[in-house]
Design a protein around this ligand. Sequence first.
Ligand code: PAF
Length: 282
Amino acid sequence: MRTVREVEALRSAVAELRAQGASVALVPTMGALHAGHLALVAAARAGGAKVVASIFVNPGQFGPGEDLASYPRRENADARMLADAGCDLLWAPSVETMYPDGFATTVGVAGPADTLDGVARPGHFDGVATVVLKLLNQVRPDRALFGEKDWQQLQVVRRMATDLDLGIEIACVPTQREDDGLALSSRNVYLAEDDRARAVALPRALGVAARRLARGDDRDESLAEASEMLVAAGFQVDYVALVDAETLASSPVSGPDAGRPRRLLAAARIGGTRLIDNLAVD
Ligand code: PAF
């Protein structure tokens, strides 16, 4: 697996992959890879596509006081994992390559970006949309793959790809979990041992609420119970919300949109680490 760091080298390396007659799939990441990322690479390889993975810790999607400086960076180990997983090319640009002096463009996606993490982390989805559009333009893949763990991000990217006629398939892979149910995340390394043990309350609370909602229990009561379970485990809750799975609008209990797919999303902090998770309801 080759590593390239400049756009020109990337373009010629992708052209070489295409010359082999294969389609090209992109797996965008910020590194600190785990089995969730490797599931994306495995799905990307399906059908014989050549796989490009990107590693770029994008400053544009971190707010003031967030963990940009401490975000785990371990490119050598990541590169070995990607090569072992069958990735063909690693795109690892510097901050200067992605955001040269004078860079002045921001991509804003309204709708699914306007709620939940879009409120809790102002500017976050502008940063995500901007960097994802750049990565898609740089690699020009046929398909790009994202994890369902970042459900809101997935819907924001899908909205952008549709609205801007990118002609790139945005595919997704189910959330990969530890044996006890905690969603895999590069940020799980921040968890102290006791916080890690208590963090399992997040998937458990979502599971309980998702089952209640699916059998028609009262929405507010089900969400309140999930929040209480999180607080009892030591979490500070940002939100537990039931939303339209695609638009992220608050899911209606009646009316013409009541039958649309719903998603239960939560964000909460434990020991200073912010965790997110989500489940399908129905
Ligand atoms: O999900 C991530 O790792 C990042 O948000 C992404 C999509 C690579 C953009 O920086």
